[in-house]
Design a protein around this ligand. Structure first.
Ligand code: PXP
Length: 252
């Protein structure tokens, strides 16, 4: 099983101040040093976190594997053809969304997606489609010519993540249904592999819920972001405060 670390939210913190820290490139290097198999970033249309310059810099610095998530727009396809990441994962993007809301509708939008897949493949880029674990979507994905799918684990993640006191979610915490959703993901992964597609998975995976998904043999790669960066803030905070305390106490 390979792990690509999604470092979008390192850029989210940087963009909060429009400054240079924390460095997205340095974060990528640390992930690689720690054993990540690849780096994932999402260049969104609204550029809310990752910027075009990050994509170009990471292309030069990442020596493992660079996976860029993007919408299948002409603008994004053109950027990918220039920068040439190792893989492009095509994702849906809706205005105003907090994060990607489910998979692509390949059944409906197959023709347009196939055109994007063709233009990316032509440039030597591997293409994956982010889809829900639904048989029709898998078959439609294969028909586009993409070599790979990424199964959206967002529903599984909601069922297996305890409720937050701050936000209401459409899908309630329900571990038994989480297990059913995990079976649906396993079936989808099997179906995709039987059609010759490579299979990745991701969205909402955490230290608590990742193991059942990681145990699915047909899934070869996970893309995990928010929960790793969230944990990094907490496990790194004590050291960061100690360093500041030491620095100011040395002066006085
Ligand atoms: N895979 C895809 C296609 C995504 O859009 C995202 C979120 O950017 C992820 C994986 C990672 O999700 P999370 O940040 O919840 O781990």
């Amino acid at each position: 099983m390979r792990l690509n670390v999604n470092i979008d939210h390192v850029a989210t913190v940087r963009q909060a101040r429009r400054h240079i820290e924390p460095s997205v490139a340095m974060a990528a290097m640390i992930c690689e040093l720690a054993g990540a198999d690849g780096i994932t970033i999402h260049l969104r249309g609204d550029r809310r976190h990752i910027q075009d310059g990050d994509v170009r810099l990471l292309r030069q610095m990442v020596t493992t594997f660079l996976n860029v998530e993007m919408a299948a727009t002409d603008e994004m396809v053109q950027i990918a053809r220039e920068v040439k990441p190792d893989k492009v994962t095509l994702v849906p993007e809706n205005p105003g969304e907090i994060t990607t809301e489910g998979g692509l509708d390949v059944v409906k939008g197959g023709r347009e997606l196939a055109r994007a897949v063709e233009r990316l493949t032509e440039a030597g880029i591997r293409v994956s489609l982010f889809i829900d674990p639904v048989a029709d979507q898998i078959e439609a994905a294969r028909a586009t010519g993409a070599q790979e799918i990424e199964i959206c684990t967002a529903v599984y993640a909601d069922y297996t993540t305890p409720p937050s006191p701050f936000f209401r979610r459409a899908i309630p915490y329900d571990p038994a249904r989480g297990q059913q959703e995990c079976e649906r993901i396993r079936e989808a992964a099997r179906r995709a592999r039987s059609l010759g597609l490579s299979v990745a998975a991701g969205h909402g995976l955490t230290y608590r819920n990742v193991r059942a998904i990681a145990a699915i043999d047909e899934i070869e790669e996970l893309n995990i972001g928010h929960n790793i960066i969230a944990r990094a803030v907490l496990v790194g905070l004590e050291r960061a405060v100690r360093e500041m305390v030491e620095l100011i106490r040395r002066v006085r």
